[in-house]
Write a protein that binds this ligand. Structure first.
Ligand SMILES: [Zn+2]
Ligand SMILES: [Zn+2]
Ligand SMILES: [Zn+2]
Length: 177
């Protein structure tokens, strides 16, 4: 006897409800934003809001970077850059929770290259929490809802050096042309 038989519910109805829910496009969207949370938890109707769980994420721009077989692992709080970033922790937890499926089915939706336009290196990247001008902020600072993928060099420069200012100028020019 199955456990469900102990309840006064019908298998046939459960089946129908399951099908109906699976058709819901919000549920079907398995894309993950650069903030580390499912795109389906974002709402752009009144400015941007991202509410992955019982907390709000300050994400200001939804950028789909990953498609995953199951997005329930991507609900962590952002605690900083790199290993403290919700996107890295989500991937880590998904790989632990569903090792085979995740590695087979997860795919990148962006090219992995440094997002500093003056660099663009295709190398291993670090998710960096930034302010709205794309400067790296310290992990102890308030999350401003901006994540950039920077290479090893750029992520260090991007605190407050001359290089950062020059690169920022280039970014502004690029965005305005
Ligand atoms: Zn987001
Ligand atoms: Zn978010
Ligand atoms: Zn770089």
């Amino acid at each position: 006897m199955g456990l469900l038989d102990a309840f006064d519910v019908e298998k046939r109805k459960l089946e129908l409800i399951d099908k109906a829910l699976a058709k819901n496009p919000r549920k079907n969207d398995k894309r993950i934003c650069i903030c580390g949370h499912p795109l389906s938890r974002h709402d752009e109707t009144n400015g941007m809001s991202c509410r992955p769980a019982r907390f709000d994420c300050p994400c200001v721009r939804a950028v789909a970077v990953l498609e995953v077989p199951d997005n329930r692992y991507f609900l962590a709080r952002n605690e900083g850059s790199g290993e403290k970033h919700a996107l890295m922790r989500g991937i880590f937890m998904a790989q632990k929770g569903m090792p085979d499926r995740f590695d087979d089915e997860a795919k990148l939706l962006v090219e992995l290259k440094c997002m500093n336009p003056a660099c663009g290196n295709e190398t291993n990247l670090f998710p960096v929490r930034c302010d709205v001008d794309f400067y790296r902020i310290y992990d102890s600072n308030k999350d401003q809802g901006v994540t950039m993928f920077y290479c090893e060099t750029c992520r260090e420069i991007y605190y407050d050096s001359d290089e950062a200012i020059a690169a920022k100028r280039q970014m502004i020019i690029k965005n305005n042309t």
